[in-house]
Design a protein around this ligand. Sequence first.
Ligand SMILES: [Zn+2]
Ligand SMILES: [Zn+2]
Length: 393
Amino acid sequence: MSTFLGLIKEIPGISVDRFDGENLTSSIFFLSHCHSDHMHGLSDTFFEYVDENKKCLYCSPISKILLESRFKFKSSCVKEIHIDTPNVIEYTIENEVKILISVTSVSAGHCPGSVMFLFERNNISVLYTGDFRINPTDFPKLKTLHYCNGSKLIPKIFTKIYLDTTFLSTDFPVFPTRQESIFKMYEVIRDWITKDPRNVVILECSATYGSEFLFVELSKMLNVKIHVRNDVFEDYCCIAQLSCYVTNDPNSTPIHACKRKISLSGLHCRSDVSNINILTVIPSAMKWRKKDTSIIGEWDKDKEKTFNVCYSTHSSLDELKTFIQYFEALEIYPCVMKAEQEKEIYFLLNTIKNKPNKQLTINQEYKLELPRCEVLNKVKFKSEYFSSDDDSL
Ligand SMILES: [Zn+2]
Ligand SMILES: [Zn+2]
């Protein structure tokens, strides 16, 4: 859950992923993806305010579609920005001061339409990751985040990274790749639905949105569509990459991701299915806190016919380490931090940056956001955490 308050300190007049309170004084707004913890303050009234004050919000084309299904606004209030294409934006802040910035969006691999933002102004460059999970082997594919020197790609050095620190914790050192998790689910589901034609599977996903990559891949592998709720189906129908893998007809498929509340038991969209024919599959990262994630999935010890799979749309600790070692930053701001996590997050950021490595040269100060934290050493890193698969969506 994002705890970031919206204002990017280094660049005046912009707000990202928060649209209430002080953020309303901003001239330009950015939305990284359509998850509710990144949408505080968005409402029909907010868009009226944006329109009346000739302000605007930038997001990916898919996020714009999802916003259109939830809010009323004039199309001119929400501008699409496309991946890896720099946008030069000029706006004014108080006292009519003109500001010129360049903004480029970068794939975040978290959910459909999710992006990171690279903001550049004069010699300041700020990377806001939003929620993200990019396989480290794909880092060199993030063109916007590299300089090109002949045939060599050199990772950029940022003034500051606003980082998704959801799993920056020793409780979540390693996650299986999404491909590995999906394959595990596929095997269990395939075995169950081929055993008896009456058998069905409930996919118990914790949030309404965010499991779309999973739906698409499972649907392709099993050659059946996934049943989702009507409201979700309407949203997915607007997204070409998703629409052919989901259905709103409960009788047409044995795979159901249609549950409104996880606490409710049974399959509510079908009265013809008895409980003995239901298998529940739970993809989750939180449930795997301090557990051995190398096993990828296991049967639940307490609940009958329930299979838990480790599945994450946020980076693990090792993936985050690799990211902030690969891309240098003078400062890192943790965007997900409950009070009780604060100590550990700063300790880990310290440790990562201070990690002894012969190839590292310490040449500049690396500092964290809070003044009470000790000043750290900025170092150049070589990745030690590359793995080998493609998690992109
Ligand atoms: Zn999210
Ligand atoms: Zn259903």
